[in-house]
Design a protein around this ligand. Sequence first.
Ligand SMILES: [Zn+2]
Length: 460
Amino acid sequence: MCLFAIGIEPLIRMSHNTLQAGRATCNMFTIRAYADDVVILLRDEDECTKLPQILHTYSMASCAQINVQKSSLVPLGNWATTHTVNHIPIKRKAKILGLTVCASFKEMVDINWSITSARTRATMFQHIHRNLNLLERIWHINVFCLSKLWYLAQILPLSSKYSTVLDRAISFYVWKGYFYKLPKTQLHLPITKGGLQLTAIKEKSQALLTRNILRAKHDESAPMDNKFWQDHIPLLCSKTTTLPHSLKMIWEIIESYPPTTVTNEKNQNTKTIYTYFMKKAVQTPRIVEKLPNQKWGNIWRNLHMANIPTAWKTTVYCYLNQIIPTEEKRHRHNLTDSPACKKCGWLDTLKHRVTNCGAAKAIWEGAKALLVKVWPDSQLHDWFQTLLVLDSPTKQNKFVTVWLASGFLHYQLTKSLHKMEEFLHMLKEEAAKLEMKDDKSSQILKELKLLQLNSSLNLV
Ligand SMILES: [Zn+2]
């Protein structure tokens, strides 16, 4: 590799110096090399005549030959497709550093995004049969599935066509197996606001590209970039423009980005820009609008407390957002004839399922008794607030009350036969996992011991 770098360096230096010499503005893109790929950008016919000379001199000096079959020439924009250099074949498109470069910008945006979005969707569908819960699926999307998009997003604008395609695929993947869904705008919210921090593709792509353009726009050392914008703004804003709509959209976004923050270098990072775009699109979860008197800040924080299994969190998240298809809800939506519980005939609501339906009642009593163990002076209102709303009004033994409530709700809503032994066994198993954790804090263990899960089998 080192020898290769020494071998190719003279060609790069010579091309750069010779081609730059004839140009009015300095620092224009001329030549870049990555491993054994060399890319040269020629700007006029004069440069086309200079290039064969450069290549010839280099070949004579180094005894190296250009592999014509492996080289290609892509005429950009209005460039005549007949003009070639050293018999290098002319092509409509070529792959440069993972990016398909085409003659027209519009085509280039379309081709690259269609390839990348198809690959991203394929990755998601490969994993669709894995047994992941809602929270795990969102992690999987954020960390794994979408990672390939960001390289392209910082170079080319994402059109609404492909952002819709990707959003649909994500919604399908995330909500597979669910009857009721939440809007994607809620999933994009931070966890403290009732969302699940799913990355918003459109906003993140815009943020990445905006960051790059802002940096280029404010870079005094690169007159080319400034000149580019001065030349292209009127073109972008004109009605007859042939430039893609998405580029115009990006320009509007950059214009709308507050000028006071633009000049500050700190505000030019992707995270700040992304947060700014997300704040503009902020939305309140439906359930918060429906029940505004609950302390939602506390509830969301409790829900996402560390060391609680994600399966429990998933069930509780669906429970809190009321998207579990009870007979009563289905009846309201004209999906069933009767709102009655299929097991016992009562009105089938979430509260009924959790506290009152057949054997579930005994578990509710058992959970209350366990709660009293860790919180002896608690009252009826505290039990309801903790076990049914997840807003534990205590500061003492907070973790274990939330942990117990999550486990209780998960058990009640996912199991069809309710047995006290089974419920306690589930709690015991999870408690044992917590004890085995390396990052265990003694406070958690102390709180868990208060539950005395082993002896509580004889509790009720
Ligand atoms: Zn019932």
